[in-house]
Design a protein around this ligand. Structure first.
Ligand code: URP
Ligand code: ZN
Ligand code: ZN
Length: 460
């Protein structure tokens, strides 16, 4: 099988030029002007942007959480991702406290094997660090290609580890060549505020937001960065939302420490005024919560300054019936919102089209940096000879409207209902095969492959 993409405007994190791309089987084999080759299939991409397939390194598919499961599974979630130009995701395995990391790995393999349409990998969330789990890290890095280890500084009693466990894990992960990532919010302070609000009868979704003030995130981010500095482990903060937290990382940078930062599309484009809608606000109950306009500006600036390297989604959808579990108590609303399908087009429309980020930055933060940070570059994350042919052909001028009626995510509402965007992912190619073209799907469940990742470092 061969595929020729003719005359597209190729954008990588570094380049911007017009050329043809020749793909044989699953790899890009030639790039050049007016290529004289015979291909099984030709796509004409004049006036279109040709970019690397999006990589979303923060999704939760079919995840047991807060007494229910996130509503997109591997099939529906990776299918929706493809429609939105994301060809690969990294999901989170959650260790059950008291059980092994390998038990959890088996469970997630059971959910994902044969079900994904798009490519995927796993982070391992260590929720119970002890001598047994310590002994498992090496095998996960060396044999399974799982090189990033997620920690939670919140969700006490379910996912949170304490600082003693954190430092122990960091030492072992550094030794084995991995990275520690973190949900950085102060779980004890949040639990105190949740209990206080409930005791005062303040039970609406607004109090989810008011129970997680900026300080809970900035304090934990600084503490995490300090522990990473002390141990020397490569470190990454997931779903950063606010100025206070980013300033902690700017301080870490001053001592020549590198802590990678991910934000999510919702924190760039939505704000806390959405918590003023009564129970409808449950659609945006997520942790950390949406913040203020000033925080959005800080995050856009962070992307341009290079202190924020990745835009993910933290895709963790729940149907409206599931959200209603917290109708009378905000602390029972399952946390998370649907975005896996919308990330690339929202970032393009709100970022590139509105002049906030360049085209090269768009590619860097939606694909290339995630591939570099998580040990899969240049197989993934760029358009180059020898790389996997994961490519999105994007029409930069097509206008469209986001809606739950037309999206492919298994979620009966959209956090962006009625938003008008400019720029549409038209053709999505995964490992040399057209997966989506003009809103039609051409791959089946099982096409998606697990990607083993390499060891990582703090330098990308
Ligand atoms: O609200 C969120 N973020 N739900 C998913 C779990 C997490 O904390 O990432
Ligand atoms: Zn989190
Ligand atoms: Zn998450």
């Amino acid at each position: 099988m061969s595929l020729l993409i003719k005359n597209g405007r190729i954008i990588t994190a570094a380049d911007d030029y017009v050329a043809d791309i020749f793909i044989e089987d699953d790899k890009i084999t030639t790039i050049g002007k007016n290529l004289d080759v015979k291909a099984t299939q030709t796509i004409y991409a004049k006036n279109k942007l040709v970019i690397p397939g999006g990589i979303d390194p923060h999704v939760h598919l079919d995840m047991p959480f807060m007494g229910t499961y996130s509503s997109d599974n591997y099939e529906t979630g990776t299918r929706a991702a493809l429609f939105g130009g994301t060809t690969m995701v990294i999901d989170f395995i959650l260790q059950t406290q008291g059980k092994s990391l390998h038990d959890a790995l088996k469970e997630w393999q059971g959910r994902s094997n044969g079900n994904a349409l798009g490519d995927y990998s796993f982070h391992m969330a260590v929720t119970d660090f002890n001598d047994n789990t310590k002994a498992e890290i090496k095998d996960l890095v060396e044999k399974e290609g799982i090189t990033s280890f997620k920690t939670f500084m919140a969700y006490k009693g379910a996912l949170m580890i304490d600082d003693r466990q954190m430092v122990g894990l960091m030492n072992e992960v550094k030794k084995q060549g991995g990275m520690v990532t973190v949900h950085a919010t102060n779980g004890d302070v949040i639990d105190f505020l949740v209990a206080k609000h409930k005791a005062e009868g303040k039970l609406s979704p607004l109090y989810h937001y008011l129970s997680q003030p900026e300080i809970t995130e900035s304090e934990a981010t600084g503490r995490f960065a300090d522990m990473a500095y002390h141990t020397g482990v490569p470190a990454y903060v997931v779903h950063m939302t606010c100025e206070g937290a980013l300033n902690q990382i700017r301080d870490a940078d001053k001592r020549n420490q590198k802590v990678f930062v991910e934000t999510c599309i919702q924190y760039l484009v939505l704000d806390a005024s959405l918590y003023d809608k009564g129970f409808e606000s449950a659609k945006w109950v997520m942790s950390p919560p949406l913040r203020e306009k000033k925080d959005q500006e800080t995050l856009w600036a962070g992307l341009n300054q290079g202190t924020v390297q990745v835009v993910a989604t933290d895709h963790c959808p729940f149907m409206w019936e599931q959200k209603k579990m917290g109708e009378h108590d905000f602390s029972k609303i399952p946390n998370g919102h649907p975005a896996i399908e919308n990330r690339m087009e929202l970032l393009f429309s709100e970022g590139v089209k509105k002049g906030r980020i360049s085209l090269n930055k768009f590619v860097e933060v939606s694909s290339t940096n995630a591939a570099k940070i998580f040990g899969m570059y240049p197989k993934k994350g760029t358009i180059a000879v020898g790389s996997d042919a994961d490519i999105v052909i994007l029409d930069p001028n097509e206008k469209h409207t986001l809606s739950a009626k037309t999206h492919h995510m298994h979620c009966d509402y959209s956090g962006y209902e009625g938003w008008e965007l400019t720029g549409k992912c038209k053709t999505i190619i995964l490992r040399g095969k057209v997966a989506v073209d003009n809103n039609k799907l051409f791959v089946e469940k099982g096409y998606g492959q697990f990607v083993k990742r390499n060891k990582v470092s703090s330098i990308i």
